[in-house]
Design a protein around this ligand. Structure first.
Ligand code: ZN
Length: 490
């Protein structure tokens, strides 16, 4: 995991390839070749050789300075060609058509940070160019799974506190099982944004979001404002429904709206992050953003609406050579299937009463470190209390007492099978750069062409309540965070 922390410290920022700078003279190569030449055995010095040498040195120096000048001017001219980046804004822009701020929160599931460079994305690019972007992506919460992350985004809480600690889990006290179809309020702790908004007597709407169908507090998932999840609804229909909210009388327009797309997560699982199918899925999401922007512009509200576009997590390629089998640990300890709550990438184990948890961890680690278990060194098992603090994955009975962290791209399975599959996965340590997703904020309170350092998605709740100017519920986000990202009130 050391490499993961390193990648956090020195993220490699993908930069689009410039088509205008074809093979500029490379000063470092020129200097290197000069040094190489000078290391050859010296000839008898004559004035002619001296003269030629001086000429060569002068030429090299000149070409080097030309190269530097070329690079300098081309980079400075490219930044001056986008006047917006030079424009310094300090105060929020006033609303021109809407009576009050409206936040539209969009999630593109599994939109790994960097996908925006796979293909031209003019519409997402427009939001970025005229808005504020997390420069090296949005950091998901651990585990980097869909339900825990979507619910962290709207509650500002880590999964241990909002209760959705995995996509599937069992409550150890009641024995009941949570699935992605469980809408009973007892599972969903914390106060999601639609509930906060409703508590203030304001209208919210949800076009799909994990937890949005759960009736809690003042939120009763009202007809026409709250859509029950149905993955077959075309993306265009979702966008158009959101647009129609802006045709309502001013007092009826929801001040907070969600919009959800399953892509490109859907494709990412099947083919991994580096397949042309992902490129096409990203292009399609961009077209949906274009449809949305056009619709808002037609209604004259595009500049008034705050659009926050995020993903829930990234994606990494997995292949069957990167597997760890629990059955291989049998010489040290038998881990029956019935102990395992989830395998991969989050290994979660709850042994029955009577077993010492620390004994199970010690025996598993002994096996994994023995060198006799295939890929054993790529799985580390912890008592949940001993997980790194930065994962915030301990303070809930729903979290199993034993948690395994696997290296990027690895998977844990019970036993060897003939199943051969290469695809993609997420759910890993949120320190992996591959798990990062996007954050773009566009609207009156976001500076144009602004980049902010990466941050965790639990900060978004306070950001939204701050934009809406309503009091939010206590959460794990930093109270001062919105001030560091948003423009001050006029
Ligand atoms: Zn997801």
């Amino acid at each position: 995991m050391g490499s993961a922390s390193l990648s956090i410290l020195t993220p490699s920022k993908p930069t689009p390839v410039s088509s205008t700078e074809e093979d500029p003279p490379n000063p470092s190569t020129a200097l290197l070749s000069f040094n190489t030449d000078s290391s050859t055995p010296p000839h008898k010095p004559t004035t002619t050789i001296l003269f030629i040498s001086l000429l060569v040195i002068t030429c090299i120096a000149l070409s080097a300075s030309i190269a530097f000048a070329f690079l300098f001017f081309s980079s400075s001219s490219s930044s001056s060609s986008s006047p917006l980046s030079l424009q310094i804004e300090s105060t929020a822009r006033p609303l021109t058509k809407l009576d009050r701020p409206v936040v539209l929160l969009i999630s593109s599931d599994g939109f790994r940070f960097g996908y925006q460079f796979k293909t031209p994305t003019p519409n997402i690019g427009r939001l970025i160019a005229n808005g504020t972007e997390a420069e090296t992506g949005l950091i998901p919460v651990f585990p980097t799974l869909t339900f825990p992350n979507h619910y962290s985004i709207v509650t500002g809480l880590y999964p241990a506190y909002h209760g959705i600690i995995n996509n599937y889990f069992a409550d150890p006290i009641t024995g009941e099982t949570f699935t992605m179809q469980s809408h009973e309020p007892k599972w969903w702790l914390g106060e999601p944004l639609w509930e906060t908004v409703a508590n203030h007597g304001l209208k919210a709407s949800t076009y799909f979001w994990p937890g949005s169908e759960v009736k809690k507090g003042s939120w009763n998932c009202p007809l026409n404002y709250c859509r029950y999840y149905n993955s077959s609804v075309p993306f265009e229909e979702r966008v158009d429904t959101v647009l129609h909210y802006f045709d309502l009388p001013s007092s009826e327009i929801p001040v907070f709206m969600t919009l959800y797309f399953e892509d490109p997560d859907h494709q990412g699982h099947q083919v991994g992050p580096d397949d042309p199918e992902i490129t096409e899925a990203v292009a399609r999401i961009d077209r949906m953003i274009g449809r949305l922007i056009q619709g808002l512009e037609k209604r004259g509200v595009f500049e008034d609406v705050t659009i926050i576009m995020v993903g829930d997590h990234g994606m990494v390629g997995t292949c069957d050579k990167k597997l760890i089998f629990l059955e291989d640990l049998a010489p040290w300890i038998e881990i029956p299937e019935s102990w395992v709550q989830s395998y991969s990438p989050l290994l979660s184990i709850r042994p029955p009463a009577g077993f010492s948890h620390s004994d199970v961890v010690a025996k598993m680690m002994e096996g994994l470190r023995s060198g006799k278990v295939d890929s054993g060194k790529n799985l580390r098992v912890f008592l949940k209390e001993e997980l790194p603090d930065r994962l915030h994955y301990v303070a809930s009975d729903r979290i199993s007492p034993i948690i395994g962290l696997v290296e990027e791209g690895f998977k844990v399975e019970q036993k060897k099978s003939k199943r051969k599959e290469c695809g993609g996965a997420h759910g890993y340590d949120n320190a992996f750069f591959s798990m990062r997703t996007i954050f773009i904020g566009h609207g009156p309170q976001f500076a144009r062409g602004h980049k902010v350092p990466s941050f965790e998605n639990v900060q978004i709740y306070n950001l939204v309540t701050s934009i809406l100017d309503i009091q939010g519920a206590p959460n794990n986000g930093t109270v001062s965070f919105p001030k560091s990202v948003l423009l001050s009130s006029p």
